[in-house]
Structure formats: C-alpha cells, structure tokens
Design a protein around this ligand. Structure first.
Ligand SMILES: Nc1ncnc2c1ncn2[C@@H]1O[C@H](COP(=O)(O)OP(=O)(O)O)[C@@H](O)[C@H]1O
Ligand SMILES: [Mg+2]
Length: 339
C-alpha cells in the first residue's frame, strides 16, 4: 500500500462494547439433484463459529477462497439464513427478528460488495441510486435527502455533476466509491466489506482502502473487512481472524498475528506472501494440495491433511481454542500443553 497511512492504533480494553456477537453459527448449503431437486448432500460452509466484533474496530477476515468468509459476512447481515446458531447485534438476535425489526437492522448494518459493476443498477442515474435507500426506509423530506446526497458525494471525493450520470460512465474505482456512498448514506453503525477492492486495479486499491478508513472515522463505523489479500488486511485491520474450511483457526490483534502467528495454516498463508513474511528462519509451510472438499469434511483438525506438524491425534480429535496471549487464540494441538 503506497498511499499515506491513515490508520490510527486501536486500544483494546475489557470495557469495550461488543457490537456483534456470533454464537455457534453453522451454515450448510444443500446440494440438490438436478432433475427432482432432491437433497443429495450438503456443503458445510460454516462450522460452529464463535466471534465477537467490538464497537469501532476493523476486524479483518482472511482465508483462501472457499473457506466461508462471504457466508459468514452474509449470515451476520442476515442476507442468508444460517442453519443454526445466533448473531447478536447490540445484544439482540437478528436471526429471530420480525420483518419490521429486520428493516431497522438493515439501516444500521450494510454490505459493500466486491464487484462495483454488479452492485449498481445500470439503468439508474447516480442521484436515484443514492436516493433509493431513503425511499426504502420511508424518508419524505426531499430537502434533507438532497443535502445528504450532496454531502456523501463530497465525502467520497466526487463532484455533484456525477449525480446526473449513469454507472457505465465511470471507472471501476469511481463506481466502487459510488457503491460505498450508497452503503453509507443512511449512516449505518456496521459494515461488512466483502473483498471491496479485489476487482480493482492494484493502483486504485490503496485509494479505496484509504477512503474506507476516512469514512470509518467520519461515520464512527465498525467494520468486518473480508479479503484474501494479506497485505490489504494487514494495512486496514485492528484485529484479524483467519478462516479455514468454515472455522476460525486463529485470531489476534494485527501486529501480534504478523509477528507471533501460531497456527500452521496462518504460517502457510504468510509464507505465500513474501513481502510481509516476518517469520525468522522457521520451517516454511507450503500449501501443497487443494483445499479439501467441504462436502466431506476431514475428521479431527480440518487442516490435518495439509499440515507439516500433523500428529496422530490431529486426525481424529478436533482441537479447541488455546490462549496464546490476551486476545490471541489458536485452534491447534501444538499449543495444548501450554494451557
Ligand atoms: N449459494 C451457495 N450454494 C451452495 N454452495 C455455496 C453457496 N455459496 C457458497 N457456497 C459454498 O460454500 C463454501 C464457502 O463459500 P464462500 O462463503 O463463498 O467462501 P469465500 O468467501 O471464503 O470464498 C464454498 O465451498 C462455496 O462453494
Ligand atoms: Mg467470498
């Protein structure tokens, strides 16, 4: 990330409010047989996830493609309905909310998509795209709406004349600015940004990440930032959770995760990115094979088939989380004795 660093350090303490609490969350997608739609199996995308997101932090969610990051983000926003578990937002379970309460929640919690080419309606002018959330939520005061639209346009670094143009007239980076404006226009408390810069040119990525940081401060946002790119995750996040096959395998503050990572999978992810690999002369972990299928999940530790440190126990028993440090937990038997 070449641009001026906007990130300020987050100080954690025991009095911090948990804005989001995920409890025992699981999601299995049915696999249906084409002709009759019979269920012939399941894809286990999330397996008993527990996670907390503190007010005002940016929690990074890392992991290979297919590890369940988007499923987790979409479940937290109730854009999909998970198979079991709870998601508490401000202490209330959003999975059991009525339609009316869910609408209120939607105003407070928003999604920024990966693809700005798909998230903006091509037939609508930017003004109407930005006005739509107000209509959905029953705002009537046109003067107030117009002022808020002008304000957000200036916050994303664009001119008012863009309001009367269509999405196709803009570049990828500009469209993502507009999509971000739409997500933030009703001043949400919480945003899931799902690979928000992955579809953009590398030269544009830093600008959009810095824009998100600016807006995070302006709106006092809490954010779940999903990315498979560890350079970006490191730059933007206060804490990082690493996912593997539908489970969180390690979670720590950003500095701690990069300087003192413990899970062999985290090590493998970092070893694959030479720029940020700070590990000393330790044995490198190279991910040889493909991610195992999440139709037939491995028994024991889900990472055992690719782990260079695998022990007999790992093949049959599932490791729990072990504490490494304050706020640093790892799901691996290598750290069992130290607890
Ligand atoms: N709508 C869906 N129907 C069936 N399987 C899905 C669906 N969405 C995701 N999956 C599967 O769930 C797993 C996790 O996917 P996803 O959450 O998109 O992971 P990630 O965002 O980390 O790439 C993958 O195996 C994927 O193929
Ligand atoms: Mg995804």
């Amino acid at each position: 990330m070449g641009a001026v660093k906007l990130k300020t350090k987050m100080f954690y303490n025991i009095f911090m409010k948990k804005l989001v609490e995920v409890k025992h969350l699981s999601m299995k997608y049915p696999i249906t047989d084409g002709l009759f739609g019979n269920i012939k199996g399941y894809i286990y995308a999330l397996n008993n996830i527990d996670l907390e997101i503190y007010e005002n932090e940016i929690l990074g969610l890392a992991g290979e493609s297919g590890s369940g990051k988007s499923t987790l983000g979409n479940s937290i926003l109730k854009l999909i309905t998970p198979s079991s578990g709870e998601v508490l937002f401000n202490g209330e379970n959003i999975l059991s909310k009525s339609k009316k309460d869910l609408k209120l929640f939607r105003k407070k919690a928003q999604l920024i998509f990966q693809n700005p080419f798909m998230s903006l309606n091509p037939r609508m002018k930017i003004f109407d795209i930005l006005k739509e959330p107000f209509i959905i939520h029953g705002y009537k005061d046109n003067k107030e709406i117009n002022e808020k639209i002008k304000k957000i346009i200036s916050l994303i670094g664009m001119q008012e004349e863009v309001l009367f143009r269509y999405p196709h007239e803009f570049s990828g980076g500009q469209r993502q600015r507009i999509a971000i404006a739409r997500a933030l226009i009703l001043s949400p408390e919480f945003v899931v940004a799902d690979e928000p810069v992955s579809a953009l040119d590398v030269s544009i990525q830093a600008q959009i990440v810095n824009l998100l940081l600016q807006l995070k401060t302006h709106f006092n946002l809490t954010m779940l930032f999903i990315s498979h790119d560890l350079n970006i995750i490191k730059y933007i996040s206060d804490r990082i959770a690493v996912m593997y096959l539908g489970e969180i395998v390690e979670i720590a503050k950003t500095d701690e995760l990069f300087s003192n990572h413990k899970h062999p999978y985290t090590q493998a992810l970092l070893d694959a990115v030479p720029v940020i690999n700070e590990s000393k002369n330790e044995k490198k972990v190279i991910l040889s094979s493909e991610l195992p299928s999440n139709e037939n999940l491995p028994t024991g530790c889900k990472f055992h088939s690719r782990c260079p440190y695998v022990k007999e126990k790992c093949k049959t028993c599932e490791p729990d989380f072990y504490d490494i440090n304050i706020g640093h937990k790892v799901r691996c038997f290598l750290y069992e004795e130290k607890n």
